[in-house]
Design a binder for this molecule. Structure first.
Ligand SMILES: [Zn+2]
Length: 410
């Protein structure tokens, strides 16, 4: 008798529900808690109208473990016959509709998912991958349904690939809250149009900046939907650095190939030396890199052009910054390094947006941070075969959503 009362209290089960029996199955490592409904005329789940009982269905829910024992709620759930809605199963207070887990157990899984991959959580809790994935999916659905839709004042737009190299999603971020607010398929114009279209012209006018890569479709979409876009589009340092980094890498690959044919292995294994951020490199590493970066190699020349461009973000005034970038362009375009010249031309075409990023201090830390977190999500999941799962995982980890079952929001 006392264990029934104990479980009733632990589970928070209230009238008209009660614990009829507690059964310990030692060999299976399970505690079965039998729960009954003692109501004469339970309410219809649709309208709340007290209705005559129709029949009962046996159902079970996994709950938080009792010590090391799996704890399972075994319930004969009544069905009622509502005069208006017909035969319906009554609502249970401990779980959300459609979940095989009590709300508390689902919250535990959500907590674990913040720390580890779906596969790891499934292994740890003795659940199937699909069950854990279902919890994540429901959590995101709840979170999206609850959130208040707002157009951020400072927007960041970024593309990210998943699984196969050429499949993309577009992620829109709120740069003040540091969260992902929208994910769309592809990286076309429509990917961003769909997001902007959700908001009134008045709301869109209030946008102060849109940070992005120098990517035609995003630019065209923003120009159409954001009034005053020409002063709001900002091409942030993170993306410019990426383009120049890729260009330096192309120069290195070509040069390495040419040198190797003459038996010169100087560039072997040097890929990441050229791509590292000098601000984050140890003194020893930097010193070891000196013979290469001070050499007369083409790669060293390309690298120097990139590093100087990175310094141009220190300007505060548009006019000074523009003059400095124009000087840089003259240098880059005469470098005789095709990949560098190509990026230089792209930068010249988009210079006003780069200057906007500089003078408005549009931080790239955020774009870089969210991008790094998305890479982490991909890495821990070992890739995504499915776009919806990838989207769910991004919302789950970066959406700033209230993910918990009803009543457990924190
Ligand atoms: Zn009804």
């Amino acid at each position: 008798m006392r264990d029934k009362e104990l479980y009733r209290r632990i589970l928070g089960i209230e009238e008209p529900w009660g614990v009829a029996d507690v059964e310990l199955q030692l060999e299976r490592g399970e505690v079965l808690v039998h729960v009954v409904n003692r109501e004469q005329r339970p309410p219809c789940p649709e309208c709340g109208h007290p209705s005559p009982g129709y029949d009962s269905r046996a159902r079970s829910w996994r709950h938080l473990d009792t010590c090391q024992y799996r704890t399972i709620l075994m319930v004969m759930v009544p069905r009622v016959r509502c005069p208006e809605h017909g035969v319906r199963q009554v609502r249970v207070p401990w779980a959300e509709p459609g979940s095989p887990f009590t709300a508390l157990y689902e919250a535990l899984i959500i907590d674990w998912l913040q720390e580890a991959s779906t596969a790891a959580v499934a292994r740890l809790l003795g659940l199937s991958w699909k069950q854990v994935d279902g919890v994540m999916g429901r959590a995101v659905q709840r979170g999206l349904a609850r959130r208040k839709r707002e157009l951020p004042a400072h927007i960041g737009v970024d593309e990210t690939s998943f699984q196969k190299r050429h499949e993309y999603v577009t992620a829109v971020c709120d740069q003040d809250k540091d969260i992902v607010v929208h994910i769309a398929d592809g990286r076309e114009r429509e990917s961003l149009d769909g997001f902007y279209r959700e908001f009134t012209e008045e709301k869109r006018e209030a946008v102060e900046s849109v940070a992005m890569d120098m990517w035609g479709p995003y630019i065209a979409s923003t120009e159409e939907f954001i009034p005053g876009a020409e002063k709001k589009i900002a091409f942030d340092k993170f993306h410019v650095a990426q383009h120049l980094g890729d260009a330096v890498d192309k120069v290195r690959r070509e040069e390495h190939k040419a040198l190797k044919e003459q038996g010169d292995e100087r560039l072997k294994g040097s890929k990441y030396l050229w791509l590292q951020n000098p601000d984050h490199v140890s003194d020893e590493r930097w010193a070891a890199f000196e013979p290469l970066r001070e050499s007369s190699l083409k790669t060293a020349r390309g690298w120097a052009i990139k590093e100087v461009a990175m310094q141009l973000w220190a300007y505060r005034r548009r006019g000074w910054a523009r003059r400095a970038w124009n000087r840089w362009y003259q240098w880059a375009i005469r470098s005789q390094l095709e990949p560098i010249k190509e990026v230089a031309r792209m930068i010249k075409r988009h210079l006003e947006g780069i200057l906007t990023a500089i003078v408005r201090r549009v931080t790239n830390a955020r774009a870089e941070g969210i991008n790094a977190k998305i890479q982490w999500i991909k890495y821990t999941a070992r890739g995504f075969r499915n776009r919806d799962r990838f989207r769910n995982a991004i919302y789950f980890h970066l959406g700033g959503l209230d993910l918990y079952p009803a009543g457990l929001s924190r």
